[in-house]
Every structure is written in C-alpha cells, then in structure tokens.
Design a protein. Structure first.
Length: 494
C-alpha cells in the first residue's frame, strides 16, 4: 500500500513556492539592512559632526574666558561663573589643573578628585581638542519614544553624553583643562526613532511582500502543479492525460512539448501493442495450419499417398512463410535497436535493379503483367548492395502481387541532381487516400483478404523504409484507389 504524502517526505517540504517566498525575503532583508546601516551612518555622522563643531567652539570660548580667573587660583570666584555658564549651556562644566585634578565643578560633585577620562589625558598630553561619547545612567527615567522601546527597557534608564575637552592656556603655557559634559541623547533618540521608523516600514513592506509572493507564486507554480499531476497520472498508466497550455511563454512551450511527448508515448504504446498483437496473429496462423495438417496425417494412417504428399508440401510452405516472418521481425528489431549494420560499397545501382527484375520476371509473366524496365546504368551509389537489392525486390514484388492480370509495371532509375531516384509504378488496386500514410506501418495490408493468399505479412514496406532511412534516403508514395501506385526512392549518389 502506498504511503500517503510519500512524495512530500521524499523531496522535502520546501517546494517552489517556499523557495520563491524565501528568496524574496532574503533579498528584502539584505536590502533593508544595507539601507538601514548606510542611512543611519550618514545621518549619524552628519549630526555628530555638527554637534562636535558647535560644542568645541563653546568649550574653547569658555577656556579663553575663564583662563584669567583660573590662573589667580580664586576658586570662589570661578565656581559661580562656571555654574552660570553650565546652566546656560544645559550641561556640566569642570576645570582641571595640569595634574588632572578637578578645581571647579559646576555640579560641585567631584571637586578635588583626579579624573582619568581619555579626553582629559589627550589634552594633558598636548592635543588641541578632544571629544568622546559615553553612556551613563540617566538622571531621570526617560519616556519611551516608540513601541519598540517596550522590547528594550534598558534604553530608557540610561543616556548618551558627550565629553568635550580643550586646554586652558595662559601666556602660551597649558595650565589646565576645560571639560564640558552635555547630554547628546536627543541626537541618539533621533537616530533610534529613524531606525524604528525604518523597521516599521520594513515590517509593512515585508508583510505585503509575503502576501504578494503567496499570490504570485501561486500563479507561477499552478502550471507546474498541473503538469506534475498529469505526470503522476501518466506514471500510473494513463497515457491519454494532457496538460492545459497556459502560463507565460516558457510554461506554454513546456506544456506543448510535454503534450507532444505524451502523444508520441501514447502512439508508441499503441504501436507496440498492435505490433505484438499482429506478430502473434501472423505467427499463430501458419502454426495453426501446420497443426491441422499434421493432426490429419496422424489420425488418418490410411491417408492416400498423394494426399499425404500434398499435406507435406503445404506444411513446407507454411514453414517457409513462418521463417520469412521471423526473419522480417528480426530485421525490424535490429533496426529499432540500432544493431542493423550496413556493409557499404560502391556499385552500379542499375545493375542491381536489372538483376532483381530478371528474378521476378517469371512471376510477372505468370500473372500476365507487362513489365517495362528503364534504368540509367551510370549511377553509382555507396550503399549495402544486399539491402538495396531487398528494397527493389520488395517494391517490385508488391507491385506484381497487387496488380490484376493484364496490368503493367514500370521500373525506372534516373539521376536527379546529386540523387538517384528509383520509381516503381503499377496499375494495380491502389491505396485508399485515408490509408496512404499507413502503408509503411508494420503489418499493414492494402487488401487484407488477398494478402493471406499471396503470403504477404505486411512487413515488407516497413523494412524498405528502415533500409532507405539507414542510407540517408527518402521514400514516398502516390496512389489512387483502383488506378495504381507509384513508390519513389531517393538515395544520395556517391
């Protein structure tokens, strides 16, 4: 018993639709990440550059303004001034001496402490300015800017600050450091808001893309699904199954090619079945005849000698007929399998035709037929002489068999450009127009009743066509029922 959905387990659950959707999502995610990173970087750099320039300008101005007060060592006068300036700038101002110790703090939190911030060290080592961004605990819990902040609570309990340092110079000598600490969270919030907006847009676009992908992948894969269903029907033996030609150019061409292949398979199957049936019938007939004759001889021991001899002659004829059918079948099987080999040689085709005509002349005379042979003796072909002799023999024998007494047969060979054209024309019974295309099919007979008496098996013309095709030639037939037929064989000239 076939296991349900076995094909899904065999080939996996990821079909064409899943691959299309996943491919689109991968491309979309990659494009979004690249766009988000580049836009955030550009915007962040622009905003940071503007903020740094502005804060450096403020820090340098304060260092210049407070240098005179700081050099006197009057911290009582210095503290109110930096507190006032800090409030104006909404930040924190600190003045450090040459050892990095805080001499004045606008927040009055770290007076007298030595600081080792990177920005301070750089200034003490001789830098003209320095800045850095640091994350610290927020003085108050910030409000959530977007719905995404609910997934990152730590972001609302901390904030980004900028440290801007510049040297305090008096009479050409560095006497300290001016440090300006200010919140830059507004800039960070702007970048975060921009990122969140891009994420929201990405989610909307992603959902839309998934929906559209489902719709379009359904449209794209529908012909493939239909084709797969038809293939499964054919694998179960239904060779009549066909697929509807729909979809784009590629799918339409694929459907048409599949239907053509299905028709050929169906035709091959029908031909094979017909061939087996006909071959069985053809082989059974002589065997049945011989069985009847032999049983008559066995169960009638007193049979007259003349009758017994007549029966033996009939049995011999049936054996010859059976041998001929078997030989023809073997020839066709070898041709189909590519095992029929040609022994090519250069020879005068006209001489072969005359030889065959001479061998069949007694049969034509017996049937009171006039036979006219006209061949060009200078035509040389490179072919299998024995096989070509068989072609001429089969065509001429058929003409004799199916031409009534008093009729005529014309056999001609002419040169046509680079080809040799052999024509066998008779005034026989002809071929019905509806059956002309079938004359080269195996076991086909024009007159099935007469074919039994003449010994024809319906394989002769099939063999003729196979031999001609193996020689890169062509064979055609023109006929009118009751008036006769003309078979024309065209072969390349050596």
């Amino acid at each position: 018993m076939r296991e349900p959905f076995a094909s899904h387990r065999k080939y996996g659950m990821f079909g064409v639709r899943a691959r299309i959707i996943s491919s689109f999502l991968i491309v979309l995610v990659a494009a979004f990440i690249a766009c988000a990173v580049s836009m955030t970087s550009i915007a962040g750099n622009y905003m940071l550059k503007s903020r740094v320039a502005k804060q450096h300008e403020e820090t340098a101005r304060l260092a210049l303004m407070l240098a005179g007060t700081f050099v006197t060592g009057d911290t009582d006068a210095l503290l109110p001034r930096i507190e006032s300036e800090g409030q104006r700038l909404s930040g924190r101002l600190m003045i450090l001496d040459a050892d990095g110790r805080v001499q004045a703090d606008s927040f009055s939190l770290q007076n007298g402490e030595r600081l080792a911030a990177p920005e301070i060290i750089e200034i003490l080592e001789g830098a003209e300015s320095s800045y850095g961004l640091h994350k610290q605990a927020a003085s108050i819990t910030r409000r959530r800017l977007t719905w995404l902040d609910y997934f990152r609570p730590s972001e609302t309990s901390s904030e980004w600050v900028g440290m801007f340092a510049t040297p305090i110079i008096w009479q050409g000598e560095r006497i300290g450091v001016m440090l300006y600490i200010v919140s830059v969270q507004d800039m960070a919030d702007s970048l975060i808001a921009m990122q969140d907006q891009m994420i929201l847009v990405f989610i909307v676009i992603g959902l839309s893309e998934v929906i559209l992908s489902l719709i379009f992948s359904r449209i794209i894969t529908k012909p493939i699904t239909s084709l797969t269903a038809v293939i499964e029907r054919m694998s179960k033996g239904d060779l009549h199954a066909r697929v509807n030609v729909t979809g784009g150019i590629e799918m339409a061409r694929l459907s048409e090619a599949f239907n053509q292949m299905s028709e050929k398979l169906e035709h091959v199957n029908e031909t094979r079945n017909q061939f087996v049936s006909n071959a069985s019938h053809e082989l059974k007939t002589p065997l049945s005849t011989m069985k009847i004759l032999l049983e008559s001889m066995i169960y009638e021991p007193t049979m007259e000698e003349g009758t017994r001899h007549e029966f033996l002659v009939d049995i011999n004829k049936e054996i010859d007929r059976l041998t001929a059918i078997t030989s023809d079948l073997l020839t066709l099987v070898k041709s189909d399998s590519g095992e029929l080999k040609l022994r090519r040689e250069s020879f005068r085709f006209g001489e072969t035709i005359l030889d065959v005509a001479k061998r069949l002349e007694p049969l034509a005379n017996e049937r009171k037929l006039a036979m006219d042979v006209s061949v060009a003796n200078d035509i040389i072909i490179f072919a299998d002489k024995g096989k070509m002799s068989q072609v001429v023999y089969n065509l001429l024998e058929n003409a004799i068999k199916y031409t009534p007494a008093g009729g005529s047969i014309e056999l001609t060979l002419k040169r046509n450009a680079k080809s040799a054209v052999l024509k066998v024309t008779d005034t026989g019974i002809g071929i019905p127009e509806s059956d002309i295309e079938k004359v080269f099919e195996r076991f086909y007979r024009v007159d099935k009743a007469r074919a039994r008496t003449t010994g024809g098996s319906g394989l002769g013309l099939s063999i003729v066509k196979q031999i001609v095709m193996l020689h890169d030639g062509d064979i055609t037939v023109a006929s009118k029922e009751g008036k006769g037929s003309t078979f024309a064989v065209t072969l390349p000239i050596d």
